[in-house]
Ligand binder design. Structure first.
Ligand SMILES: Nc1ncnc2c1ncn2[C@@H]1O[C@H](COP(=O)(O)OP(=O)(O)OP(=O)(O)O)[C@@H](O)[C@H]1O
Ligand code: NI
Length: 383
């Protein structure tokens, strides 16, 4: 276990050697940013200029008057009913009291480690959760209650998913056929085909791609097919589930540029990722996920300076772990589902816990215009 008082370790430049510290399912670990400094430097996707000079966020703020709320998610929780020994049932809560909203032209990133429930959130919004999942809480889309009926109505048309992998495409169907979908009306088919070609063309997919099967696509083509497929019906909200893992720097840049373009076109974009660099590069707001809880919602541009605008100690720890901030690592790992403590989920790792933190889980509260789940959030942390 970790030492709460001395939980901070400065491991500058030793990060990749320390398996103990990196062995948890932590965002930083998943993002590989602690195991390859060179990659980050080469990528040039995370430097001071990028963070402090977040043009997209600035543009967005200027346009914020025109933006309208698209999706609102209030206090949703997702649990799974599990059978343990005999007939005993166990309710495993994977997402707890999640709240966030997205407006037109805005990119909101959900930053969470592997297994923290990010894809389940996407599936909850789309209405495609597995049968053994229980969803509670409220969602609305363009001011209308987003219930299962509305989810089914808007899925693919007004709310679209860019899935994580090409495996989501039907392997036995030519690419263009599955984008167009089944239709018996020849006229309708023709119109859809013309539209599909136009969208594919915008993403640099020539006619030869239409007749390929998914397995024949190169990595780059596959990515562009997934993006254009999501955009074919001109959705208002696009959910991108982990679009960057495994991509090289150029491909990451290309993918993130697509997301920026969508936001510039007025779409709301929900970027689901464990890649902090990707989030900082494009997002206006970053929703920080920890053990299934949203612990802070910050503006991307708050990841700047000494991190003085970041409130939650975990968010600050993430910021300090960035290469340009000296790779300050924090010991410990996120409690996994089923082991979530009674009090604050960050209690064991917090460097400023109070008595109530051990027993009382803080609510997500408004503190100086930010949403933070921390009993001490209103106070200044000494660093
Ligand atoms: N059908 C299911 N039954 C029981 N538990 C499930 C089910 N589907 C998912 N889970 C649990 O929910 C957790 C969250 O899953 P999810 O796929 O949303 O994680 P994620 O954050 O998207 O992870 P990754 O970054 O690896 O994609 C998983 O750890 C898993 O334990
Ligand atoms: Ni996932």
């Amino acid at each position: 276990m970790l030492d709460i008082k001395n939980g901070t370790i400065d491991k500058s430049n030793e990060a990749s050697d320390d398996k103990e510290i990196l062995s948890d399912t932590d965002i930083l670990n998943d993002a590989d940013i602690l195991s390859d400094t060179d990659m980050l430097n080469d990528a040039g996707i995370l430097n001071d200029a990028d963070i402090s000079n977040n043009n997209i966020s600035n543009d967005m703020n200027e346009n914020s008057e025109k933006s309208e709320e698209l999706l609102s998610v209030s206090n949703i929780s997702i649990s799974f009913l599990q059978y343990t020994r005999g007939l005993r049932q166990n309710l495993l809560k994977v997402i707890s009291d999640l709240t966030l909203d997205i407006s037109t032209g805005e990119i909101v990133a959900i930053l969470g480690s592997s297994g923290s429930g990010k894809s389940l959130l996407a599936h909850a919004i789309l209405g495609i959760l597995p049968k053994n999942a229980t969803l509670t809480g409220e969602m609305s889309f363009k001011g209308e209650k987003l219930d299962q009926n509305l989810k089914e109505k808007v899925r693919g048309s007004e709310i679209a998913l860019i899935p994580q992998s090409v495996n989501y495409l039907d392997p036995l169907m030519k690419v263009s056929d599955q984008v167009i979908g089944e239709t018996v009306d020849e006229e309708d088919k023709k119109t859809k085909k013309i539209h599909q070609r136009k969208v594919f063309e915008e993403y640099g997919l020539g006619e030869e791609v239409d007749d390929l099967y998914p397995f024949q696509l190169s990595g780059g083509m596959a990515r562009r097919v997934l993006v254009s497929t999501a955009l074919i019906q001109n959705p208002d909200l696009v959910i991108a589930d982990e679009p960057t893992p495994g991509l090289d720097d150029k491909a990451i840049e290309e993918t993130l540029n697509y997301l920026k373009q969508m936001a510039n076109d007025g779409k709301g974009v929900l970027l689901i990722t464990h890649d902090i660099n990707a989030a900082l590069n494009v997002a206006d707001k970053i929703v920080i996920f920890y053990s299934g809880y949203v612990i802070e919602i910050v503006n991307a541009k708050d990841f700047s300076g000494n991190g003085e605008n970041l409130v939650h100690p975990y968010t600050r720890a993430l910021y300090k772990a960035l290469p340009q901030n000296g790779f300050h690592l924090y010991e410990g790992h996120q409690p996994i589902h089923g082991e979530i403590p009674e009090g604050c989920v960050y209690y064991d790792r917090c460097d400023h816990p109070t008595d109530c933190c051990k027993t009382l889980n803080p609510e997500l509260q408004d503190i100086q215009g930010k949403k933070v789940r921390c009993h001490r959030g209103h106070r200044k942390y000494s660093r």
